[in-house]
Write a protein that binds this ligand. Structure first.
Ligand code: ADP
Ligand code: MG
Length: 516
């Protein structure tokens, strides 16, 4: 496999003085510009005053990334937005897939129940906002480089705030530092795409805020970020908030951060007869009441956020309210790995054609473009030829090395890789295998880079994962799409010995693309 990294890029920085200068510049820039996270207790002690921040893990140099692949991923994002907006509107389709996984997955079953409860009383808000991120790795097939989708995120797509910052950091270094290295890198030799991820996502939130309109109850309207307790990635979220404020100097968009665990403490619903508006009562000033136009979830994507039945009632309160949910329950469910699997099941072993045809007709140009980005994904049921083929592959000591097995989960740390797959299958009841999917591993061309994490340098082979953000606002009832935009990118890089890639989960780091 040919490497994307040339002989001299990125430089290895064998000279300690050069290395230290670059590292110091990065340490200062990251803090000065909020490319930062809250420190974990292992580093900060208990930081009971909550005053400490530390640099987010970053690469010293932007990783080389094929220009054609980058362009393809950007160009296809609006098609993906539309596809997932359509899937969210197809309740019958989602229902079938939920039935297939719910037996082994109580979390998915509970989400579906929320949808059914709200459907019964009637939704009062048809607008739905997606702040999406489609993740890819580059797959090399001979001389051909092709992006292959890792997953499509429909809830809490993170790092849009920090990603814009690392693009700026690498641009700053390309201007001021890289040209001064002994193995000089002229600024003109580095092609760094601009990255509007923070502005792009904020513009999506703004579009939904304005589409909500004025309160008929006479309250000021607001956006609420539903967040996790003890969130360390808070600055990433704050960047979106700040971008939302600066996007339009003439309008103030009140933004509140509300812990998911406190939804029922600080919000109430207006009665159904008035429109079930979601009212937010800021604890710092009980004389104020805001009407929530947009409820933006940066929490609620995994079972950990629902420790009690009350947490599910909180989710129900948001879903049945008039606030525009980002995402709604159906949109969250559209992001199930099961959905990705039925879109991407190889037709050679499938008993039914790919579900992609249900949403995008064959003769539509975007059908082929989307299809090209899929890698083979199988169900693990016992009823279909594809499922039986997958069971054979997953159980085989050699074949399993080409696969990753995934449950219907988000947030990292949930998957089983290669030889861990047969063992894991033994540990779960066979009746629950259908709640997992089996996906072919993508093996991107080797790249070398240096990661700065917790003040220490890690040099070696890395794997890069590109994410492209998309913002989409649509009407669930009519299908009308009010906004559909590609909204910037994320490059996450991890050591090539690590299987998981999450930055927040501690595996990956922030990076940007040097187009080659
Ligand atoms: P999560 O929802 O937990 O983020 P992902 O599907 O993104 O789950 O998988 C987590 C990580 O595992 C990815 O960031 C990537 O590094 C790795 N991974 C997942 N699927 C594949 C694949 N098909 N090929 C190679 N690596 C993969
Ligand atoms: Mg992921």
């Amino acid at each position: 496999m040919s490497s994307l990294t040339g002989d001299s890029y990125p430089p290895t920085l064998d000279d300690a003085l050069e290395r230290d200068r670059l590292v110091q510049t990065i340490k200062d820039w990251t803090i000065a510009n909020g490319l930062a996270v809250r420190p974990p207790p292992a580093i900060a002690g208990n930081d009971s005053e909550g005053i400490l921040a530390m640099s987010a893990p970053v690469t010293l140099f932007p990783s080389p990334f094929p220009k054609s692949c980058f362009a393809e991923a950007e160009a296809i994002q609006t098609k993906y937005n539309e596809l997932y907006a359509r899937i969210s509107q197809d309740e019958e389709f989602l229902s079938g897939l939920v039935q297939e996984v719910a037996g082994g997955d109580e979390f998915i079953a509970n989400l579906w129940d929320i949808h059914l409860r709200v459907k019964k009383e009637g939704y009062v808000q048809n607008l739905s906002l997606g702040l999406f991120r489609s993740d890819y790795m580059v797959h090399q097939d001979g001389d051909n480089l092709q992006i292959k989708q890792v997953e499509f995120n429909t809830i809490a797509s993170s790092f849009g705030g920090l990603s814009a910052q690392i693009s700026l950091l690498h641009k700053h270094l390309a201007k001021t530092e890289y040209p001064l290295l002994k193995d000089t890198i002229p600024q003109s030799s580095i092609d760094l795409p601009t990255n509007q991820s923070a502005e792009g996502l904020a513009a999506g939130l703004a579009a939904a805020f304005h589409a909500y309109g004025k309160s008929t109850l006479g309250h000021p309207t607001c956006v609420v970020f539903l967040v996790q307790d003890g969130e360390r990635n808070v600055f990433d979220q704050r960047h979106l908030e700040y971008a939302l404020q600066s996007s339009d100097p003439d309008t103030t968009v009140p933004v509140f951060r509300l812990p998911f665990s406190q939804i029922l403490t600080h919000t109430t619903l207006a009665p159904s007869s008035r429109g079930r508006q979601l009212l937010y009562h800021p604890p710092h000033n009980p004389t104020l009441t805001f009407e929530v136009a947009v409820a933006y979830f940066r929490a609620g994507y995994g079972p950990g956020d629902y420790p009690t039945p009350t947490a599910w009632e909180a989710r129900y309160q948001i879903e049945r309210s008039a606030a525009i949910a980002c995402p709604s329950v159906l949109t969250q469910l559209a992001g199930m790995k099961k959905v990705q699997q039925v879109l991407a099941t190889p037709e050679s072993v499938a008993s039914t054609p790919s579900a992609l045809r249900r949403f995008v007709s064959d003769d539509d140009m975007s059908h082929a473009a989307l299809w090209k980005t899929f890698t083979n994904i199988y169900p693990l049921d016992n009823a279909t030829p594809a499922g039986r083929e997958a069971r054979r592959l997953a159980a085989d000591a050699e074949e399993c090395k080409k696969y990753v097995m995934k449950p219907q989960r988000e947030g990292g740390g949930n998957n089983f890789y290669k030889t861990a797959i047969p063992q894991q299958l033994k540990e779960i009841p066979e009746a629950h295998w259908g709640s997992y999917i089996l996906m072919e591993l993508i093996t991107p061309p080797p790249v070398v880079n240096t990661i700065l994490r917790n003040g220490a340098l890690e040099h070696g082979g890395v794997i890069c994962e590109l994410g492209v953000y998309g913002t989409c606002l649509w009407d669930q009832a009519t299908g009308e799409v009010l906004r559909n935009e590609e909204s910037g990118y994320l490059l996450r890089t991890k050591g090539d010995q690590s299987e998981e890639g999450g930055v927040a989960a501690g595996y990956g780091c922030m990076d940007s693309c040097r187009l080659v």
